[in-house]
Design a protein around this ligand. Structure first.
Ligand code: ATP
Ligand code: MG
Length: 199
């Protein structure tokens, strides 16, 4: 063995010990609250990736799409045939299109009822609240209503919330927070969003 091989072997052994210790320390088992936030690309795709993962094991999954419900979405097209997937979409276009606070609030509250139904159902293993953060930011939904529904959900249920500028109360409750950081985005160099890639 060369010096480099020996150093590598020692480093790997150390790493294995470190990972083993962490695995041994992780003993609690319950559903998680995860927040995918930040300005970079990947929040919604990461959520759909997790939906696919859960469906792969035959778990029941609920997805609620706030704001962009009427937009095309390749994952939804593909997965909606799965009987274990329940999708609820907000019945309005983008808020910048409608610019009507009253009708947007009504549409938000209507789809929130679907979210509450999922969050109360112990059969639903994973709930995705896509772009929920904006509902709180625009004042369509009350933070206390959301945190109450999250706190009272079945203990085995995992929830993923996506969107920029997550409310600090959501961050305080979350078990996992991932902040997608924009290093560069093609759109800012004049490149059009691509079907099957961006939506
Ligand atoms: P994705 O749906 O691709 O995972 P996202 O959920 O992280 O993205 P959103 O803010 O919800 O991001 O925006 C959705 C759409 O806007 C996608 O088409 C995505 O490619 C695009 N997008 C995401 N981040 C940026 C950015 N920083 N600048 C411009 N466009 C973006
Ligand atoms: Mg998104």
């Amino acid at each position: 063995m060369t010096d480099r091989d020996t150093r590598h072997k020692n480093a790997m052994q150390k790493l294995k010990q470190h990972v083993d210790d962490k695995v041994a320390a992780a003993t609690e088992e319950r559903g998680l609250l995860m927040v995918f936030t930040g300005n970079g690309k990947g929040k919604t795709t990461a959520a759909w990736g997790t939906v696919t993962r859960a469906l792969g094991y035959g778990y029941r999954v609920g997805v609620v799409q706030f704001i962009k419900g009427l937009w095309e979405c390749g994952e939804r097209e593909r997965l909606v045939e799965d009987l274990n997937l329940d999708v609820a979409i907000m019945a309005t276009g983008f808020t910048w299109d409608t610019q009507n606070r009253e009708s947007d609030t009504a549409a938000c509250l209507e789809v929130w009822r679907e979210a509450e139904r999922m969050l109360a159902d112990p059969e639903v293993y994973l709930v995705v609240l896509d772009e929920l953060t904006y509902m709180l930011k625009f004042g369509y939904l009350d933070i206390a209503t959301v945190t109450a529904a999250l706190e009272n959900r079945p203990s085995d249920q995992t929830v993923i919330i996506t969107g920029r500028n997550a409310h600090r109360d959501l961050l305080a409750m979350a078990d996992t927070i991932t902040e997608m950081q924009e290093v560069r985005h093609a759109f800012n160099n004049g490149l059009k969003a691509r079907r099957g890639i961006d939506f």
